[in-house]
Design a protein around this ligand. Structure first.
Ligand code: PEP
Length: 259
């Protein structure tokens, strides 16, 4: 099955209003080609969503948020609802990023609730999963990723499941400069597709996009994207430089083979 490549740029808690706008403007100018065969989404910090969204509105780049509340509305100081995001023109959201799981204590159960809230609100989702270095060293990387995924997919209908993008992001590769090897990425993606196959069926699982995240840079993107079953990437640090991000986008249009 042919899957459309996906590249996401997670700006995390970086940029200020001026530099975020400059980055968005550079991306919009340089990626005017709306016919490029891939989905590109940037995930700026909440306060800059509106201004970045305006700058990207004439481009092919979609606007994403880095998180959302599991609740629809109410007395939840500091939270941001799905409805607020869609109101601003946001169409994508990250759910379960490792920094939220490990530094901010989000449980598998909360991730599943956020996933359901996002999809029921009409947002497209990048669901992030991945093991820590300790888990990898102790030989349970695949079990950890499978458990995260099974928990997220447990109550998810097939119609919603076929729409999500899953990001395999080994925690030890995020922001470290040490990307997974192409072999590790391929193997993890195969395991993830196998979990989706046993939860749904092989036809549905073969349509789900699975992307790699963790120290992707222009120099390693093509090698990783060339692996069968790797449908693109979620990019952190390198998404803060327009040139690097766009070169990773180009690598995705050239190098991805479905499998
Ligand atoms: C991320 O935060 O999702 C990520 C992959 O970061 P980096 O590319 O900086 O490792």
């Amino acid at each position: 099955m042919t899957r459309r490549p996906f590249i996401g740029g997670n700006w995390k808690m970086n940029t200020d209003l001026a530099s975020g706008a400059a980055l968005a403007q550079a991306l919009a100018t340089e990626s005017a080609d709306r016919s490029a065969p891939l989905d590109v989404v940037v995930f700026p910090p909440f306060p800059y969503l509106q201004s970045v969204g305006r700058l990207l509105s004439a481009s092919a780049i979609a606007l994403g948020a880095q998180d959302l509340s599991s609740e629809a509305n109410g007395a939840l100081t500091g939270e941001v609802s799905a409805e607020m995001l869609t109101d601003l023109g946001v169409t994508w959201v990250l759910v379960g990023h490792s920094e939220r799981r490990h530094r901010l204590g989000e449980s598998d159960a909360l991730v599943a609730e956020k996933l359901a809230m996002a999809l029921e609100s009409g947002l497209s989702v990048v669901l992030c999963v991945g093991e820590t270095l300790e888990q990898r060293k102790s030989g349970c990387a695949h079990e950890v990723v499978a458990k995260q995924l099974e928990s997220a997919l447990q109550r998810l209908s097939a119609d919603f499941a076929r729409e999500i993008v899953i990001a395999y992001e080994p925690v030890w590769a995020i922001g470290t400069g040490v990307a997974a090897t192409a072999d590790d990425a391929r193997e993890a993606h195969q395991e993830i597709r196998a979990v989706a196959t046993s939860r749904y069926d092989s036809k549905l699982a073969s349509g789900i996009r699975i992307v790699y995240g963790g120290s992707l840079v222009p120099g390693n993107a093509r090698t990783i994207f060339a692996e069968p079953g790797v449908d693109g990437g979620l990019v952190g640090g390198a998404s803060l430089k327009a040139g690097d991000f766009l070169s990773i986008c180009s690598a995705a249009t050239i190098g991805i083979t479905a499998g």
